[in-house]
Write a protein that binds this ligand. Structure first.
Ligand SMILES: Cc1ncc(COP(=O)(O)O)c(C=O)c1O
Length: 415
C-alpha cells in the first residue's frame, strides 16, 4: 500500500498554518513534533471530563485513575515492556534522568566507573557526571569518529571492565542522526555486569522500541518528540525500580511506579501521550488491516515510517549535493542509511547556523541552529559556540518541503 501522507498531514492542524502566504515547513521535529488533533482532544477531554487528583473514593477521581492507568499500559506497549508498572511518567526526560541518577549514584563508591558518550544529548551525560562526582566514581567518555559521527566501538570495549557500574547510551543522535549499535553495546555492558541506560528520545519517532529485545535496564523517551504533549517517560526493569531507593516524600506510595513519580503528575499529558501512541497504532492499522493487536499495529506503522523516511533521506541528500559549500556531519553513504534517522546537521565556512535559521524562518521554514544540547558532540567537533544548522524530518514531511528548503538555501548561499 502507498504511504498515506495526505491522510497523515490532514490530522496535523499545525502543518497547514501559513506564513506570509506560504505553508510553513516544520523541520524542527527533533526539538518537538506537532500533534494530531486526536492528541489535543485527549488532553482537552481529560480536563473537561476527568479532572481530579488521584485515588479518592469518588467517581471523577476514579475516572482519572482509569485514564492514568491506561496511559501506563499503553506506554508499556509502546516501549515493549512487560508490565505497565515499569513505566514511570515525569516532567520530561531530563528531570527523570536527574532523579534516577541520584538514586543510582547512591549505590556507587570511589573506584567505580561510569561510561557515557560524546554523541549524546547532555541530558544523558551531565546527570551521570554529577552523580559520579558525588560518589567519587570515575566517568569515561566513548569518543566519536568525526568522519562519520559514529561511536568508536574499539574504544568502548576497551573502557569496559568489572569496575563499570553503568553505561549510558543514546539510541540515536539528535544532532547527526546516527543510530548507535546499542543491541551489541548493551550485551557488551552486561558481560561485565554493568547496568545500561538508553536515551531513546530521538529514536522514538523513527523506529519501533523494544526494551525486552534490547534487554536494557532503563530507557527514556519524551512524548513531545513522537506527536504527544510535553511529558517524559522512563522505563525501568521491575526489580530495579523496586530495589533502588528513590528520593521521595514519606506519604507518597512505596510501590512502583508511584514511588518514582514525585508530586502530582500532568494527568492530561499522560492522556495525550496515550493518544499519541493510539494515533501511531491507528496509522499502523490503516497500513496493515491484518495487524492483530496494538503491538503489531505499531510494528506496521514504524515499518512504513522507516521506509518513507529513508526515501526522504535519499532525496534530501541528493538535493543537498547541489549545495557544495554546506558540510554535512554524519552518515551520507547511501549504502549505510539504515544506520541513521533523518536528522541532518550542516555547517558553512562563513555563515553561522543562526543566520541561516533566521533567514529561513522569515520564509516560514523552521530549522534549528545551535548545539541542540548535544554539547559533547559539538565540543568534540570544534563547533562551539555556533553549533550546526539542523534539519529534522519526521513522518509527516514531504519531498515538496525538501525542495522548498533547498530552493530557499540557494540564494542564501550566494549572499
Ligand atoms: C536525544 C535527546 N535526549 C534527551 C533530550 C531531553 O529531553 P527532555 O526535553 O524531555 O528533557 C532531548 C531533547 O531534545 C533529546 O533530543
Amino acid at each position: 500500500m502507498t504511504y498515506p501522507i495526505d491522510t497523515i498531514r490532514a490530522q496535523f492542524p499545525a502543518l497547514h498554518k501559513e506564513h506570509h502566504g506560504h505553508a510553513v515547513c516544520h523541520f524542527d521535529g527533533p526539538a518537538g513534533s506537532q500533534v494530531p488533533s486526536s492528541v489535543a482532544q485527549a488532553v482537552s477531554d481529560y480536563l473537561m471530563n476527568c479532572n481530579s487528583n488521584r485515588c479518592a473514593p469518588f467517581s471523577v477521581s476514579q475516572r482519572s485513575d482509569e485514564r492514568v492507568e491506561a496511559g501506563h499500559a499503553t506506554l508499556a506497549e509502546f516501549v515493549g515492556a512487560d508490565e505497565p508498572v515499569e513505566i514511570v511518567f515525569g516532567q520530561n526526560m531530563t528531570s527523570l534522568t536527574l532523579a534516577l541518577s541520584r538514586s543510582l549514584g547512591k549505590t556507587w563508591k570511589p573506584g567505580d566507573e561510569i561510561i557515557v558518550t560524546q554523541l549524546d544529548h547532555d541530558a544523558n551525560v551531565a546527570p551521570w557526571m554529577l552523580a559520579a562526582e558525588d560518589a567519587g566514581a570515575k566517568v569515561h567518555h566513548i569518543p566519536v569518529n568525526l568522519e562519520d559521527c559514529t561511536l568508536n566501538q574499539t574504544d568502548y570495549r576497551n573502557l569496559l571492565s568489572e569496575k563499570t557500574r553503568l553505561v549510558a547510551l543514546g539510541y540515536a543522535s539528535n544532532a547527526t542522526g546516527t543510530i548507535n549499535p546499542i543491541r551489541q553495546m548493551i550485551a557488551d555492558a552486561r558481560e561485565v555486569g554493568a547496568l545500561t541506560f538508553i536515551d531513546a528520545v530521538h529514536m522514538a519517532p523513527h523506529r519501533r522500541l523494544n526494551v525486552t529485545e534490547l534487554d536494557c535496564d532503563f530507557l527514556s523517551c519524551s512524548a513531545y518528540k513522537f506527536y504527544g504533549p510535553h511529558i517524559g517517560i522512563l522505563y525501568g526493569k521491575r526489580e530495579l525500580l523496586e530495589s533502588l531507593t528513590p528520593y521521595k516524600l514519606r506519604p507518597s506510595p512505596d510501590e512502583i511506579p508511584g514511588r518514582w513519580m514525585t508530586g502530582t503528575q500532568s494527568h492530561e499529558a499522560i492522556c495525550g501521550a496515550k493518544a499519541a501512541v493510539d494515533y501511531l497504532a491507528d496509522l499502523g492499522k490503516s497500513i496493515n488491516p491484518n495487524a492483530a493487536n496494538r503491538s503489531e499495529q505499531l510494528d506496521a506503522a514504524f515499518s512504513a515510517i522507516e521506509n518513507y523516511e529513508c526515501e526522504l533521506t535519499k532525496y534530501l541528500l541528493s538535493r543537498f549535493d547541489e549545495l557544495e559549500s554546506l558540510k554535512l556531519w554524519g552518515i551520507s553513504d547511501r549504502e549505510r542509511l539504515a544506520e541513521r534517522v533523518p536528522t541532518f546537521s550542516f555547517t558553512h565556512p562563513s555563515k553561522t547556523p543562526h543566520e541561516f535559521a533566521e533567514q529561513l524562518g522569515q520564509q516560514g521554514i523552521y530549522v534549528w541552529p545551535g548545539n541542540h544540547y548535544a554539547f559533547p558532540f559539538t565540543t568534540a567537533a570544534g563547533l562551539e559556540p555556533g553549533g550546526t544548522l539542523r534539519v529534522g524530518l519526521l513522518h509527516y514531511n514531504t519531498i515538496e518541503e525538501i525542495d522548498r528548503l533547498v530552493d530557499s538555501l540557494h540564494p542564501l548561499l550566494q549572499q
